[in-house]
Design a protein around this ligand. Sequence first.
Ligand code: PMP
Length: 396
Amino acid sequence: MGQLQDKYKSYREPQKFMDAGVYPYFREITSKQGTEVTDIDGNEILMFGSNAYTGLPNDPRVINAAQRALEKYGSGCAGSRFLNGTLDLHVQLEKELAAFEGKDEALVFSTGFSVNAGVLSVVVGRGDYVICDDRDHASIVDGRRLSFATQLRYKHNDMEDLERVLQRLPHEAVKLIVVDGVFSMEGDLANLPAIVELKHKYNCSIMVDEAHGLGVFGRQGRGVCDHFGLTDEVDLIMGTFSKSLASIGGFIAGDKDTINYLRHTCRTYIFSASNAPAATAAALEALHIIEQEPERLEQLWKVTNYALKRFKEEGFEIGETESPIIPLYVRDIEKTFVVTKLAYEAGVFINPVIPPACAPQDTLVRFALMATHTEEQVERGVQALTKIFKAQGIIK
Ligand code: PMP
């Protein structure tokens, strides 16, 4: 028996939930990621577990753009951006993203995760400080761990705690505050206006992760920085293509000197193959669509507000959400899995959120809206979940 096998044969965590028949992961879908999907058993399921807020992964224009890129450039670039992997398409997308986000320049990466992991690992170093909200995304956590900077955390959205951290740090040192613009599990927003005030008081820089803000907040979906009118105050903006931009990939945008430094030092950019042509073209087309169709944003907010109102009416605990991400608190790991399973059996796909994605007492199921959802679909989802939450004694 091998060493690794010896070490992991007692890893029983997932098996425990499989044995109980409530294991909720890796459910196979055989259709496009729309508001309704088909699963491996041929069931039609209402999808409230997607991050495609703009509802664009099925849009014929996006699919067409990806197909054209596949024809023209082939299936992959077989190399890094640094060497043989830069297409005119990547450069065009970088220019358009920089302009959209109101920054000098942008770099396109192959995933959003590799943006945070790579950028944070090199943008701060020895003698610098990186300060994160304790609910920041895992990719931010990994990026800060990879850097040689001193790592500090403050309590979620607690500006007094952030100030307590900042006031102990040397005024002249580089201090980068990194936050999710929209927190991905709870749907609440970073208190950017207060963070910007602290930036000035304590001489800091700010990086905002717009993964869940892009396509949802701000003018034409520019994100949370634009929503607060604080784009110029934020030094670095990152985003992903895997949510509102209907594809896969990510970007960092900022001033030309910082971006030039990252272009030549960021290891996940240089030592990883460039974004696939079809994925790049899909993101570019999705960007054009969200710029040209503000009515998508209106529709997204219409169904979001409807869902928020209905969940409140039914007595769900939904926390501080201000976005299309609606957390339905369960506050018990087993029950969170049970609810997820029962919802699935009732034809409603939602995602369970358990540690480390949240604190143990804060487990929840995450219900997320897309611009393409109808109120009738939302109503079906709310009614199915209300029945389940009542039967489980989670709501009255
Ligand atoms: N940041 C946040 C806040 C996220 O939620 C995610 C993905 N869930 C990422 C970064 C990583 O993005 P990607 O899926 O494009 O790797």
